[in-house]
Design a protein around this ligand. Structure first.
Ligand code: GTP
Length: 235
């Protein structure tokens, strides 16, 4: 196996499947099966999930809502997704723990780094909810932060596209994909992998970011086994 401990970042929108909003149980169960496969290989898996399928703070702010208020709603949305993913994983008999950056202790454990690591060592999937617990930070930043804290080998960002391209592949059919690219080249070429806060945090801590298509069955397993899937951003 290429990686021992991974942090998987999933977008909230990915959970919508074919829907316009909310959670598609079929998609959720597909993800749970993919995750189960890698857990069974002994890979330690931590997950950060977005909340955009339920609420986006930025969208709220652009409609006149106070940004901090909107971001708090977004953080709660990630907890809803975390609970849904936890259920889906438990349906597959995968042991999980949900830890949240904002305390809602009747619902989930508060985030405690040492506890999170113990859970991972025991083979439990740890889902981190409520982002970083702070407004103005994205769940990508939360993913990088948690990945560094738990000393993950890499952050695996599941997206709709299968990697980083020189141009937007959804707009230009001739766009070419990078198999590997350095943090510096991503910046020099003006490419977008994550928001700058998340990206810089990853670069400074030499945490590789892998962008891949999570909706293609088997991709997650191939990736952790060392197959060249998606794009690796590294030093
Ligand atoms: P080990 O001590 O390694 O066995 O971990 P554990 O998580 O099984 O132990 P613990 O006794 O801490 O937790 C037992 C159960 O209670 C688990 O399902 C936890 O997720 C849950 N739990 C622990 N702390 C909290 C909390 O603060 N809030 C909520 N809602 N659940 C919690």
């Amino acid at each position: 196996m290429q990686y021992k401990r991974i942090l998987l970042k999933l977008s909230g929108e990915a959970l919508m499947g074919e829907r316009q909003y909310g959670i598609d149980p079929k998609r959720l169960s597909e993800y749970a099966k993919e995750i189960k496969e890698v857990v069974e290989k002994g890979i330690e898996v931590a997950i950060v999930i977005g909340g955009g399928n339920i609420f986006r703070g930025v969208a709220g702010a652009s409609n006149g809502m106070d940004r901090v208020q909107g971001d708090h709603m977004g953080m709660l949305a990630t907890c809803i997704n975390g609970l849904a993913l936890q259920s889906a994983l438990e349906d597959e008999n995968v042991h999980t723990r949900l830890q949240t950056a904002l305390e809602i202790k009747e619902v989930a454990e508060p985030y405690i780094k040492r506890k999170a690591i113990r859970h991972l060592e025991k083979g439990r999937v740890v889902i981190f909810g409520a982002g970083t617990g702070n407004p103005y930070f994205t769940t990508d930043t939360a993913a990088v932060l948690r990945a560094i804290e738990i000393s993950a080998d890499a952050i695996l960002k599941g997206t709709r596209v299968d990697g980083v391209y020189n141009e937007d592949p959804e707009k230009n059919k001739n766009a070419t994909k990078f198999d590997t690219i350095s943090f510096k080249d991503v910046i020099n070429k003006g490419l977008k992998v994550m928001d700058m806060t998340a990206f810089t945090l990853s670069e400074e801590n030499k945490l590789p970011i892998i962008i891949f298509d999570m909706n293609k069955t088997g991709n997650l397993m191939k990736l952790v086994s060392g197959e060249k899937i998606g794009t690796i951003v590294d030093v």
